[in-house]
Write a protein that binds this ligand. Structure first.
Ligand code: HEM
Length: 217
């Protein structure tokens, strides 16, 4: 499918980016509203932590969908919102961790907090990996790192897999929701493998195909 004139216009692209930003901020607005209205249930801290974690995972998956969408539709708009979605995922992940510390466990003995329970270790891996990705997401860093930027940004796959493991590990019920996210992630990984082979999935290694360009997505 090729994009038409309207879809390629600057105004449409701007509208698309703005709409995507609004959608990405909706979970936060919804949470703030529920918090202000006292609608977060009997354990607001846990509800907040869960909702922020889920938003982070959803946005991370959405970020990784952008390159396949561009390849299927031929429309560049998808990859134009990729960085913004990735940064929003990181933003929600930061709030998720802060909420966990502030409302669930407290700030004492942080080392033990992050290294004792296996599901928290998986979450910490997902979070730590997002830090260099966010710090290097600017155009300047992209230029400075050259081909290494794409190699580094394949770490996004490690992050999403670790986040999913973390999600599944801590769950007490509703296996269906986890399976849906797991299936989506598996499909994304499969596309990457088809387009770039194993090297397209492994972070920090060179890709074997220049034609398939080392896309992060
Ligand atoms: C240091 C890093 C992290 C810590 C300490 C942490 C902590 C937690 C905790 C305690 C819960 C369970 C809350 C409850 O009791 O119900 C949780 C759930 C969750 N976390 Fe994390 N997390 C971390 C990183 C991440 C990251 C990076 C993501 C996603 C990108 C993520 C996604 C989720 C999801 C999807 C849930 C389940 C929400 C639900 O039940 O609907 N977490 N996390």
């Amino acid at each position: 499918m090729r994009s038409t004139g309207l879809v390629r216009s600057r105004r449409f692209l701007l509208g698309f980016r703005l709409s995507a930003a609004l959608v990405a901020l909706l979970p936060l607005a919804w949470l703030v509203w529920r918090m202000a209205a006292g609608l977060l249930g009997p354990d607001p801290g846990q509800e907040l932590t869960q909702a922020l974690g889920l938003a982070a995972l959803q946005l991370l998956i959405a970020t990784l969908c952008m390159t396949p969408m561009q390849r299927w539709t031929g429309w560049v708009g998808w990859v134009r919102i990729r960085r913004m979605l990735g940064l929003c995922a990181f933003f929600y992940a930061c709030l998720h961790v802060l909420s966990f510390l502030q409302f669930m466990v407290g700030w004492q003995d942080l080392w033990a907090t992050f290294t004792t329970r296996p599901y928290i270790i998986a979450g910490s891996v997902a979070f730590l990996v997002l830090i260099p990705l966010s710090l290097t997401s600017t155009r300047g860093m992209m230029r400075r790192l050259g081909p290494n930027w794409k190699r580094l940004h394949r770490l996004a796959y490690l992050s999403v897999v670790a986040a999913w493991v973390h999600f599944v590990w801590q769950a007490r019920s509703d296996i269906g929701e986890m399976l849906v996210y797991g299936l989506l992630i598996a499909v994304l990984l499969w596309f990457r493998w088809r387009w770039n082979g194993w090297r397209g999935l492994l972070p920090l290694t060179a890709s074997n195909s220049r034609a398939n360009s080392d896309r992060v997505g």
